[in-house]
Design a protein around this ligand. Structure first.
Ligand code: GLN
Length: 288
């Protein structure tokens, strides 16, 4: 990296692109160069011969090498957009998925009051809770996560976005302060332990605690469905993301626990990706 030529944006990008796997190698390379150089992508498209200094080039090379080994672009950039909100991400949390925006859309469609109390379980970056708080300023939105890192990250994201989400460190309901909610929402881990997808693509770099949940992937969902009624107001809703082939099993868990109006909804890819149900108004006596 000593010749002058090698430090032009064009040379750096052309050299990086063939080494990057995945569907969007040029976009990835451009995002990484923009990240380390502070230049916009349009700047080095308009002026490909523009030079960057050796320190920037070295930093770029380091990130390209990590990307070439499969590290997700969101972890390398340190941020990911969700629901048009710029979120900081870290390797200790799941990278928010576009499909989880369907869960947010569904939550916003529920017949809830303007001052509803909502909790997002296993919030990770805070994505769901922050999206809901941004759309419904009157809602009292809280979030929890088992991992201290995720709690810190969600608080950081909430502060940066100036959104009032209270965050607790809690394993599902276990560490929440005594309260009841009008909506409990979660994107819990739901992948089966031996699922081969875990060996492919971005998920290889994501924390297993955020992805994997027992032999059928349903351990955490079973626990949440079982305990949710004790934390729901009468008429309150439970809304969970799950695997593309789990809708039948999750609906059965909801119905057996006493939820009504149990239905599943699709993600952007047309898969049944979430299930919701209402805790009936006369259900309180069955809650414990
Ligand atoms: N939908 C994610 C995936 O398949 C998994 C997210 C999760 O386990 N909550 O990669």
């Amino acid at each position: 990296m000593t010749s002058k030529f090698s430090l032009t944006c064009k040379a750096l990008l052309d050299n990086a692109v063939p080494r990057i796997a995945g569907d969007t190698p040029r976009l990835d390379a451009e995002l990484l160069l923009a990240h380390v150089s502070g230049l916009s992508r349009s700047a080095f498209r308009a002026f490909p011969e523009r030079e960057v200094d050796a320190r920037v080039a070295a930093e770029f090379e380091m990130l390209v090498a990590k990307r070439a080994r499969g590290m997700p672009i969101a972890y390398l950039l340190g941020h990911q957009e969700f629901w048009s909100l710029p979120l900081e991400v870290r390797t200790s949390t799941l990278i928010p998925r576009p499909d989880t925006e369907c869960l947010v859309e569904q939550a916003l469609e529920l017949p809830l009051s303007g001052d509803a109390r909502v909790v997002d379980l296993g919030t990770g970056t805070g994505a769901i809770a922050l999206a809901l708080a941004s759309e419904r300023p009157g809602w009292v939105v809280s979030a929890c996560d088992l991992m201290e890192d995720a709690v810190t990250l969600t608080r950081t994201n909430a502060r940066q976005l100036n959104l009032p989400v209270e965050v607790f460190q809690s394993h599902w309901f276990a560490g929440l302060p005594a309260a009841t909610y009008d909506l409990i929402v979660s994107n819990p881990p739901y992948i089966a332990t031996d699922d081969h997808h875990l060996d492919e693509g971005d998920v290889r770099f994501e924390p297993a605690t955020a992805l994997v949940s027992g032999v059928d992937g349903l351990d955490d969902i079973r626990l949440i469905v079982s305990e949710a009624p004790a934390w729901l107001n009468e008429g309150g809703w439970l809304l969970l993301e799950h695997g593309f082939d789990q809708a039948g099993a999750v609906q059965a868990l909801f119905v057996n626990r006493g939820f009504v109006k149990v239905e599943s909804r699709k993600d952007y890819g047309g898969n049944d990706r979430m299930t919701l149900g209402q805790w009936p108004r006369d259900g309180a006596r069955h809650a414990q």
